[in-house]
Design a binder for this molecule. Structure first.
Ligand SMILES: [Zn+2]
Length: 249
């Protein structure tokens, strides 16, 4: 699998079409030293595709989307959400608030056992874009430790709290804490305002395209009720819900 991904990445570089977000495409023509080959020989060890410091959507040429969740809320609702995802055969990315995860370690372990991905959404979910660099780092690193203590790994993704896009300060703090790529999104049905399941489904389906990253929230009954019709609607559009890592894999 890794080998195949590496070959795909090398092929993409050769075509000058490395998947990236918001104009950050890479080109082999940008190689500074003409004596340096732009494309690594295929005999070298596999290299993971490099992502920018923030991603807002995945590749548009594959019929996949990522459902991503603010990971905090009543354990009964989170359990119901995981039940719905399991029943629908979908994998998702849960971005845990550190204090919530520490209080609910069994749910964190179930997230991984069900084939989902667990990421970092700061320790206290305060407005991170207003924080001084050291406090922003402390918020991210404390949550990283919470995720690591429950799962053995800090996870791949960090999503800043209370902001869709990471500032340079947030990106720097995230990188220092072990998260080179911040996970943003391009579809926001605003489920946290409790508009009702049908509004969540219709807003998501209206905006979702191949490669979309959808922002959703654990801990809301309307979101739990929206999962089954949402997955059905995505299926009729030929879209398959995968984890963020699978979206970029
Ligand atoms: Zn959040």
């Amino acid at each position: 699998m890794q080998r195949r991904d590496a070959l795909r990445a090398v092929t993409a570089v050769a075509l000058g079409a490395v998947a990236a977000c918001d104009g950050a495409e890479q080109s082999p023509l940008r190689t500074a030293d003409p004596s340096t080959p732009a494309v690594a020989p295929r005999s070298t060890a596999p290299v993971a595709p490099t992502l920018p410091d923030e991603v807002r959507h995945g590749p548009r040429d594959r019929s996949r989307i990522a459902l991503t969740f603010h990971g905090q809320g009543d354990p009964r609702l989170v359990t119901g959400l995981l039940d719905q995802l399991r029943h629908g055969g979908a994998h998702a990315t849960i971005l845990a608030v550190g204090t919530w995860l520490t209080a609910n370690p069994a749910l964190g372990r179930r997230v991984l056992a069900d084939g989902h991905e667990l990421g970092n959404h700061t320790q206290h979910h305060a407005d991170i874009k207003t924080m001084k660099p050291q406090l922003a780092y402390a918020e991210i690193s404390a949550c990283a430790e919470a995720v690591r203590s429950v799962t053995g790994s800090i996870g791949r993704w960090f999503r800043p709290s209370q902001t869709q896009y990471a500032t340079p300060t947030i990106k720097s703090a995230a990188r220092r804490a072990g998260y080179p790529t911040c996970l943003s999104y391009d579809v926001d049905p605003r489920d946290f305002t409790d508009p009702g399941p049908s509004a969540i489904v219709s807003a998501t389906l209206a905006a979702a395209r191949p490669g979309s990253i959808v922002s959703l929230h654990c801990g809301h009954q309307g979101t739990v009720a929206a999962i089954a019709p949402l997955l059905a609607g995505l299926r009729t559009r030929g879209l398959h819900a995968v984890t963020a890592s699978e979206l970029f894999g």
